[in-house]
Design a protein around this ligand. Structure first.
Ligand SMILES: [Ca+2]
Ligand SMILES: [Ca+2]
Ligand SMILES: [Ca+2]
Ligand SMILES: [Ca+2]
Length: 391
């Protein structure tokens, strides 16, 4: 465990850490899919959807229910194509295959393709007692819907009340899943950072990225069900801390820092003087690569700006009272006024360039190197000096 700058109590931190670790382990083997087990009616009697009808941009569905089926009816081979931004009419007759009993009906389309029929994806509801008229449901496919195959769920729950739970188990009613293919929407193939296998790489500091997690991103970090975006960075030996901030973003954010083994390094919900947005600082000494994960609190999502900056080992932190490098800036050979033992030369981006034994020679040839900032660090870490090369 590395040293970390905490902003919450240790107790809260370890609770979150446990949750993060437990959830990431659990979901790595059981990634969320549509709920289909122990969902829907346990009896084939009585209340049942009698008719589902829709004409798509291409194709149509014209399904007649009855007799009843236990559980979820997989009708995904019946499919229509819908265009993002388009208006459509779905007709559903909530009815019965037997006796007439009151209940409720609801339909969802998983527009954001996150494997859930979310409350914001409900396209129509019904309450009543069969026999009932066809319920017309006019709906618009969100303009930012993601291209590709997804699913529509039609549910009737006898004795149920709105809003229905799309994953509920009950005695009488029906659940039917149909296929939907979205077109003219957003092609998400170019949107990287959805999970730890496809992170956005951060290699220069300061770093700024503006993005929207409300489409093309799904929930992989289960602290909150909001869609999350993964950034990966590798601290270099010259850094002592990294600061990341979502201040100024448009929604209530949450940010985590997790190492490659899933250990939580730092996290923040609401930062001081930052509203409901997040900011944090973590020490990098001895730390390997980490993910910085951006998500919303709860199901919050929208536009955000992430800034990441690194603090480098400060020269003032070292005892440089009598160490001098000259000339500085330089375009060639530098000399030290004293030996600092074995020393390592780094570019400011952390690239290791070479080792020098300053006991043997206190002159170092920087001629091969381009203009920029370099750090010479004693092997024991006690002394670091910044050298500017100007050509
Ligand atoms: Ca969904
Ligand atoms: Ca994600
Ligand atoms: Ca999440
Ligand atoms: Ca927050």
């Amino acid at each position: 465990m590395n040293e970390v700058l905490f902003v919450h109590s240790d107790k809260y931190y370890y609770m979150i850490k446990f949750l993060l670790t437990a959830f990431s382990c659990y979901f790595s083997v059981a990634f969320a899919q549509y709920c289909t087990l122990n969902v829907g009616p346990t009896s084939t009697a009585d209340s049942n959807v009698e008719l589902v009808q829709i004409s798509g941009a291409s194709g149509n569905i014209n399904y007649t229910g009855c007799p009843g089926v236990i559980g979820v009816q997989d009708l995904t081979t019946l499919s229509v194509a819908l265009n993002a931004g388009g208006s459509y009419l779905l007709n559903v007759k909530f009815g019965t295959c037997g006796g007439n009993y009151a209940g409720a009906g609801e339909v969802w389309i998983d527009f954001d393709q996150n494997g859930n029929f979310d409350p914001y994806e409900s396209i129509g509801t019904w309450t009543g007692t069969p026999p009932a008229n066809i319920t017309p449901m006019n709906f618009v496919v969100p303009a930012n819907a993601q291209n590709g195959a997804t699913r529509m769920r039609v549910m009737q729950h006898e004795a149920g009340t709105l809003p229905l739970n799309p994953c509920a188990s009950y005695t009488w009613g029906s659940v039917m899943d149909f296929g939907i293919t979205i077109g003219n929407g957003i092609d998400c193939t170019g949107f990287i950072g959805d999970d730890q296998n496809d992170p956005i790489l951060v290699s220069t500091f300061p770093y700024t990225d503006t993005r929207d997690n409300s489409y093309c991103y799904s929930n992989n970090n289960y602290v909150y069900p909001s869609p999350d975006i993964y950034y990966k960075l590798s601290p270099n030996p010259l850094m002592h801390s990294i600061h990341a901030s979502l201040c100024g973003s448009s929604f209530d954010t949450f940010m985590s820092v997790v190492d490659m083994n899933g250990n939580v390094i730092a996290f923040n919900d609401d930062a001081t003087n930052c509203g409901s947005q997040s900011a944090l600082t973590f020490e990098t000494t001895g730390l390997g690569s980490v993910y910085i994960i951006v998500e919303g609190w709860g199901i919050e999502m929208g536009n955000y700006t992430l800034t990441i900056d690194a603090d480098y080992v400060g020269i003032s932190e070292n005892d440089l009272s009598d160490l001098q490098v000259f000339p500085n800036p330089t375009n060639g050979v530098i000399s030290l006024n004293k030996s600092i033992g074995k020393a390592r030369l780094y570019h400011v981006n952390g690239t290791f360039l070479g080792s020098y034994d300053t006991n043997a020679t206190q002159a170092i040839d920087l001629t091969p190197f381009q203009s920029g900032s370099y750090f010479l660090k004693s092997e024991d870490g006690a002394v670091t000096v910044k050298i500017n090369v100007v050509k």
